[in-house]
Design a protein around this ligand. Structure first.
Ligand SMILES: CC(C)(COP(=O)(O)OP(=O)(O)OC[C@H]1O[C@@H](n2cnc3c(N)ncnc32)[C@H](O)[C@@H]1OP(=O)(O)O)[C@@H](O)C(=O)NCCC(=O)NCCS
Length: 194
């Protein structure tokens, strides 16, 4: 039986981006680029950070979590700008089912340039081909059509709608579309013997 690899937040690269672990020095980029922006938080489980100190507290927790080898949370670094312009992370891991969910945020000044799609494609490839996941899901608020578009462009398929009750946002009710990517085990199996 094949297991999850627990390979964690390994450094990854795409044409325009580096994906790496967060560092303490990223606090200001995170705060300025998305954590303080109400449009970025609008359709998400997290709330706007009222000041930089809040971002620093979250950042410390994330950095501490890298001690766990099944913690997947990348800073998205723009190669040319040398700036952290977003994040992508994994949640709700089910080891037995080899299942996880992915969520992402990109700085508003970089929206509609294909960044989220570029990142999601790379992370799905890593999670399925190296980390051992078989099913990856992502959820977006029904009103957040841009995120649904990203999921489709990354090869995910619409599964169903689902209602979430967000304790983290004063029991906010969030109606979501659920998308899924399934690892093609047969195709991978074949490649092994070629
Ligand atoms: C959703 C988000 C991640 C998209 O990031 P991005 O880097 O702009 O995404 P991409 O450029 O790869 O793709 C965006 C697509 O949505 C489309 N789009 C943008 N606004 C749209 C809208 N209001 N309605 C429908 N489609 C829209 C774009 O045209 C583009 O599609 P195209 O390439 O076919 O033209 C970004 O807006 C974001 O970080 N938002 C705040 C956090 C968030 O909502 N995260 C997702 C949680 S599920």
């Amino acid at each position: 039986m094949e297991y999850l690899s627990n390979s964690g937040t390994k450094e990854l690269e795409t044409e325009r981006l580096f994906l790496r672990k967060f560092k303490e020095s990223d606090a200001l980029d995170i705060y300025v680029n998305w954590a303080s922006d109400k449009d970025s938080a609008k359709y998400n489980a997290w709330s706007v950070h009222p000041h930089l100190e809040v971002t620093k507290e979250y950042l410390s927790e994330w950095i501490e979590s890298y001690k766990n080898n099944d913690y997947y949370h990348w800073a998205i670094v723009h190669k040319e700008k040398e700036e952290v312009i977003g994040s992508i992370s994994v949640s709700n891991i089910n080891r037995r089912k080899k299942y996880c969910e992915v969520g992402y945020t990109i700085a508003k000044k970089m929206w509609n340039l294909g960044i989220a799609t570029e990142v999601l494609i790379r992370v799905i490839k890593y999670l399925t081909e190296e980390a051992g996941f078989e099913t990856i899901r992502a959820l977006h608020d029904v009103r957040n059509e841009a995120s649904g578009r990203v999921m489709k462009k990354a090869g995910m398929t619409y599964v169903k709608n689902k209602t979430l009750f967000l304790l983290s946002r004063n029991h906010l009710i969030m109606r979501c579309c659920v998308y899924e990517y399934k690892r093609q085990t047969q195709a991978l199996g074949k490649q092994k013997w070629q």
